[in-house]
Design a protein around this ligand. Structure first.
Ligand code: FAD
Length: 495
């Protein structure tokens, strides 16, 4: 048939935040993009708590920020934690100076069905050929490169489409990521299980923190409490994988029992009924989320978002890493399609930066877990840096090379372990100063670990807000590339 084989510049597989971001950022440079999404939006997804870089950085660069504002999502000024040495909850605000008002120091708590639909609709508006109900079934490749995909339309018809680049943004359940870099490497440290559902309301923290995510550590793990609307709260428990059989056997009972054993969250939900509206009427389970890949690209194909890697739900880094990685992929595709820079150079830049960001969050999150003290708990004892197996640290050294620490390079697992321990005491110390802070300075921003982890996010945010970074961006490594003025491509430094 006429449409049986079409040709595009880029094919994006999956219409989540990663897929919409890469498709939009390539379409903004005038290229022809096909996005294939197997479901029909709006569709459910977990990952509701965002970071400011996604809202003020990525959404602005893509031109979706006004629609985000109009959507009326719950404003998230930071996080409140019952976590660490101190038994009292502490707050963390996105603002550099919590008492001065900064118009961009907030994010949103989003119903992902609505957030993802806004980004996908925006991609369509930018000219992306978005087709829902279309499932990618395979990758077309020859010895040299990937050349397209095979897919199945809503009526079961089989098709093929060809392009210079294919981006796998099909998430955690990707079937095609193995075409780049083989199997995933799973983390042992973050090998937990989550059981989550919704309540039709729930107590709120006092203003202005009423939109904060609340995370409470308890004996068996930790619980997230995310206010999505006045009449909707997302509540999930992350517990040891040893509980998998019990949790999967009866998710509702496990979820209820875990909530009941965490006093702070139980009190907030006292007398509140479980949500009955779809899709919030179900209790769901997820596990095996923490993995990375040995490669993130090959000629003609790149991975972005959960298809590529994910660390852990704590501290809301998933959508940030996904959209950041997607933007990096778009820069490489745009520069390469324009013929400005060599393909390999562009995609090595993509991979180096993506790994670097992933490595920073990985270290940060290990350190964050290490901070919590509870000697009697199996879960918390296993979440200590001291308990990280040498094989995991070795794999990690291989993953990030010397990149995560900037110029310091990692010689081996011993050094990686020592650095994680140092990062953990640095964080612990900064959190310890939060209660006495004068409200003018945010002690977290004085922690090198914290600053380093959120550096790229801040640069993204400056791009969105000011149309470019406040300081010239420097290459990440010798011979590396820097983003173009509009943030949509790469430049060789000095050009
Ligand atoms: P997805 O959003 O999964 O989108 C992938 C899309 O691809 C889907 O729409 C799917 O239908 C489509 N697709 C799949 N296969 C095919 C195919 N063959 N053909 C066509 N289409 C296909 N992140 C946060 O930022 N904040 C949080 O609070 C947070 N909490 C989390 C809690 C848990 C328990 C877990 C497991 C994760 C959490 N995350 C969180 C992470 C977040 O869910 C993900 O990082 C994010 O959804 C990844 O986006 P994505 O675009 O890569 O993939």
């Amino acid at each position: 048939a006429e449409t049986a084989r079409e040709t595009f510049d880029v094919i994006v597989v999956g219409g989540g935040p990663a897929g919409s971001t890469v498709a939009s950022a390539v379409a903004l440079r005038g290229h022809r993009v096909l996005l294939l999404e197997q479901q029909t939006f709006p569709r459910y997804q977990i990952g509701e708590s965002l970071l400011p870089s996604t809202v003020h950085g990525v959404c602005r660069i893509l031109g979706a920020e006004d629609e985000m504002t109009r959507a009326g999502f719950k404003v998230k000024r930071g996080g409140t934690f019952r976590w660490g040495r101190n038994r009292d909850p502490w707050q963390f605000s996105f603002a550099l100076s919590p008492r001065l008002s900064d118009p961009t120091s907030f994010a949103y708590q989003v119903e992902r069905s609505r957030f993802d639909a806004i980004l996908l609709g925006n991609a369509r508006r930018l000219g992306v050929d978005v087709r829902e109900g279309c499932r990618v079934t395979g990758v077309l490749a020859d010895e040299e490169r990937v050349r397209g995909v095979s897919w199945m339309g809503p009526g079961g018809e089989e098709r093929e489409a060809r392009a210079r680049y294919v981006v796998d943004a099909s998430g955690n359940s990707s079937r095609i990521h193995t075409h780049v870099g083989g199997k995933r490497t799973y983390s042992d440290f973050f090998r937990n299980i989550a059981v989550f559902g919704y309540f039709a309301g729930g107590g709120r923290l006092p203003e202005p923190n009423d939109g904060n995510i609340f995370c409470a550590a308890f004996d068996e793990g930790w619980i997230w409490y995310i206010p999505l609307r006045d009449d909707l709260t997302s509540v999930g428990a992350v517990v040891s994988r040893e509980n998998a059989a019990a949790v999967q056997g009866d998710p509702v009972a496990a979820w209820r029992r875990l909530i009941d054993s965490c006093a702070e969250v139980r009190d907030l939900l006292d007398g509140v009924p479980q949500a009955t509206e779809a899709p919030y009427d179900q209790v769901r389970v997820r596990k095996d989320w923490s993995y990375w890949k040995s490669r993130l690209w090959r000629p003609g194909m790149a991975l972005a978002g959960d298809a590529a890697c994910f660390v852990d739900p704590v501290l809301s880094s998933g959508v940030h890493l996904s959209t950041y990685g997607a933007l990096l992929a778009a820069r490489s595709i745009n520069s390469s399609l324009a013929g400005d820079l060599d393909e390999e150079r562009c995609f090595e830049e993509f991979e180096a930066r993506y790994r670097h960001e992933y490595g920073l969050f990985y270290e940060f999150l290990v350190s964050f877990y290490d901070m919590h003290q509870d000697e009697r708990s199996y879960f918390w004892k296993a979440r200590k840096v001291a308990g990280v197996a040498a094989t995991e640290l070795e794999a990690f050294v291989e993953l990030v090379g010397g990149l995560a620490s900037g110029d310091r390079s990692l010689a081996g697992p011993g050094e990686a372990g020592a650095r994680l321990t140092a990062a953990s005491s640095d964080l612990d110390e900064a959190v310890g100063r939060l209660p006495d802070s004068d409200g003018l300075r945010n002690p977290l921003y004085e922690s090198p670990t914290f600053r380093q982890t959120f550096h790229e996010g801040s640069v993204l945010q400056e791009r969105g807000v000011f149309g470019g970074p406040l300081e010239d961006e420097t290459p990440l490594r010798p011979g590396g590339l820097v983003p173009s003025e509009d943030g949509l491509a790469w430049l060789a430094p000095g050009h």
